[in-house]
Design a protein around this ligand. Structure first.
Ligand code: SF4
Length: 350
């Protein structure tokens, strides 16, 4: 069955042409746009001030909602994990991670992923399809509605950050990411600051080059997985085809363009990525670059032999990097009592 495009896959600038085609006055574009991006409307009949004939003509060509909630898990640390069903029956995950003064939304960009990282549940089924821009935007809207209707106890305001760190490699779906970022940052879209948006990539060269060419100014996190090309290739077979030096060089180029420090994400897996020599080599690789490192102890999968590095070794790894002058932080993984590892909830439900 051929699906209609989602209304929210259009960027705000395209709404004027949309209503012009329907032969109605231009101010109607702003009304529809407000419902789509500000009021988070999921049904056409919510658009009370939009004439019925216009709603009907739009609904013949576009779908308003692309996601349906299939499951919601809440961790004892208030991390919330969502499984959404798409119109074609596939599922994706999104997560709300509550912080002291804001929430972080972790979003998916693809159904599955082609990057085959050994520590990741999403990798197991390969890539199914790319998400549309509207499916990316709607995850944000569904999550912010969830926070409005059920605020996290003790959490400050309703500000949220977005990290593209869920299912999929965002730079492998740039066709949707580019308009999604435009709508997120447009004042007449979601109106988000680029400071609140972070793309996390496994670092395929072609993807990093696309990011540099487009230069959206948002933050960048590069996941490495090894301190030599061989190590990286073992842990992250597909992104590992891009050499470490090339990936780091491209990330640094983007950081300079965006005027932002790039984050290096390093997943700590016992016996694989947590040897002191690896920390020393990593420090040498990063020397002279404006990078910081986030150490992320592995979120273990049920059916995997890979285990997270124990706390003393995490601190030891951090110490080596810090003493070499690399700013290094430890990021705890939230939601250990729910299916918080990327792709685990979806995999279990399949
Ligand atoms: S870690 Fe990210 S890039 Fe690697 S397979 Fe999983 S979703 Fe894809």
């Amino acid at each position: 069955m051929e699906l209609k495009p989602l209304l929210r896959s259009l960027v705000p600038d395209q709404f004027a042409a949309l209503v012009a085609e329907a032969g109605v006055p231009a101010y109607r574009a702003q009304q529809v746009q407000q419902w789509a991006f500000v009021q988070d409307a999921m049904q056409w009949d919510q658009m009370g001030n939009v004439p019925r004939t216009l709603r009907e003509s739009l609904s013949e060509r576009y779908d308003l909602a692309g996601l349906a909630l299939q499951e919601r898990q809440v961790s004892s640390d208030h991390t919330r994990k969502f499984l959404f069903r798409l119109r074609d029956g596939h599922t994706i995950e999104s997560v709300i991670i509550p912080m002291a003064d804001h929430a972080t939304f972790c979003l998916s960009t693809q159904v599955g992923c082609a990057m085959a990282c050994t520590f990741c549940a999403t990798a197991r089924g390969g890539l199914v399809r790319n998400l549309e821009a509207g499916e990316i935007i709607e995850q944000i809207q569904r999550l912010r509605t969830d926070l409005k209707t059920d605020p996290v106890p003790g959490m400050g305001d309703r500000q949220f950050n977005v990290v593209f760190m869920g299912m999929g490699e965002p730079l492998d779906n740039w066709e949707a990411m580019e308009p999604a970022l435009q709508s997120m940052m447009a004042p007449d879209g979601l109106g988000m600051s680029k400071r609140r948006i972070q793309i996390s990539t496994s670092g395929p060269a072609a993807g990093l080059q696309r990011l540099i060419a487009s230069s959206p100014g948002v933050g960048l996190t590069l996941s490495l997985g090894g301190s030599t090309d061989e190590e990286r290739h073992k842990v992250m077979p597909v992104p590992g085809r891009t050499g470490l030096k090339e990936a780091l060089g491209l990330a640094a180029d983007y950081g300079r363009l965006a005027g932002r420090r790039v984050t290096i994400a390093w997943v700590l897996i016992e016996g694989r990525t947590d040897e002191p020599e690896q920390a020393e080599r990593l420090a040498r690789l990063l020397k002279g670059h404006n990078f910081k490192v986030n150490l992320i102890p592995l979120n273990p999968l049920d059916d995997s032999k890979l285990v997270p590095t124990a706390d003393p070794a995490v601190l030891g790894f951090q110490k080596i990097l810090t003493e070499a002058g690399v700013p290094t932080f430890i990021r705890a993984s939230g939601g250990r009592d729910i299916d918080a590892a990327c792709g685990q909830l979806r995999r279990r439900r399949q």
